[in-house]
Ligand binder design. Structure first.
Ligand code: SAH
Length: 261
């Protein structure tokens, strides 16, 4: 999985998600940096720094930079929610990024649209073997069996929330400083970025910072909405009942699989 030693930075997009991680890290101690609280402690026996990303690309980049420089993290896991864009990507599914793009990056005509000036590419990719192993671990963590046994997911009553069993997708995630909540905007993203599975506001910024520092990273997103006019429906309930639990289960699964490797 991730390497078997070294400190891991875990970035959560929402306060509720961070809290569910901290509930599982009783030894966590706060460290203040850059107006943020970084929580140093242990999860699954691993040395962890957990922190709230804050919303948007710059906030996520600052958070990641502090994790890599001042907190000496050697790998990054990002967990959050996102809008589903892929045709078969439903609310309650999970997307593991194998590529990330900043959908609002446009320095044309100086550079092709979406290209990251100075990097010469528009998409960044976490290591392929890492992504494949992460997808396997996440599928296991959210399997029908895992949802039925007496584990952390036992109280997730998917049917009462109108959700199906989670499917785990692997593919392109688009990030930008925009909460996408109109079907027309979704169509535009799908048109310009064929194959895009999800849209959110931080992942590609985390990817760019990790790329610059040569550090492996994982971006996990639970789909909270379809990025259309119904995007805000029951968001708080979904976050508490589903996204927080999935976030903890997925992060723990990555750390456990890690120890066994
Ligand atoms: N509006 C929410 C909070 C913001 S959601 C509320 O009612 O509390 C924004 C966060 O979720 C960001 O971290 C972003 O990455 C992600 N996200 C979820 N759905 C999104 C969408 N449709 N477009 C953009 N970002 C989305």
């Amino acid at each position: 999985m991730l390497s078997t030693s070294g400190r891991i930075g875990v970035i959560a997009a929402l306060p509720e998600e961070l809290q569910s991680l901290l509930d599982a890290m009783p030894d966590a101690e706060p460290v203040q940096r850059a107006g943020r609280t970084f929580w140093r402690g242990h999860l699954q026996g691993r040395d962890i720094v957990a922190v709230l990303s804050r919303i948007g690309k710059v906030a996520a980049a600052t958070t990641t930079t502090v994790l890599l420089t001042e907190m000496a993290c050697q790998q990054i896991i990002f967990t959050g929610v996102a809008g589903g864009l892929g045709a078969d990507v439903r609310v309650g599914d999970v997307v593991v990024a194998d590529a990330l793009v900043q959908h609002d990056m446009d320095a044309s005509p100086l550079f092709p649209r979406y290209e990251l000036p100075g990097l010469g590419v528009s998409r960044l990719h976490p290591p392929a073997d890492l992504t494949a192993r992460v997808v396997g671990a996440v599928r296991e963590a959210l399997s029908p069996h895992a949802l039925s046994v007496n584990g952390p997911l036992r109280d997730v009553h998917l049917a009462t929330l109108g959700l199906s069993l989670p499917r785990v997708h692997q593919g392109l995630i688009a990030s930008g400083d925009q909460f996408v909540s109109a079907a027309a905007d979704c169509d535009t993203l799908r048109h310009h970025l064929p194959g895009v599975l999800a849209v959110e506001m931080e992942g590609a910024a985390v990817a760019q910072v990790c790329h610059d520092f040569g550090v492996p990273y994982v971006v996990l997103r639970t789909i909270s909405d379809r990025a259309d006019e119904s995007a805000h429906v029951d968001f708080p309930r979904f976050v508490q009942a589903v996204a927080c639990r999935y976030a903890l289960a997925m992060v723990e699964a990555l750390l456990q699989a890690d120890r066994g490797s």
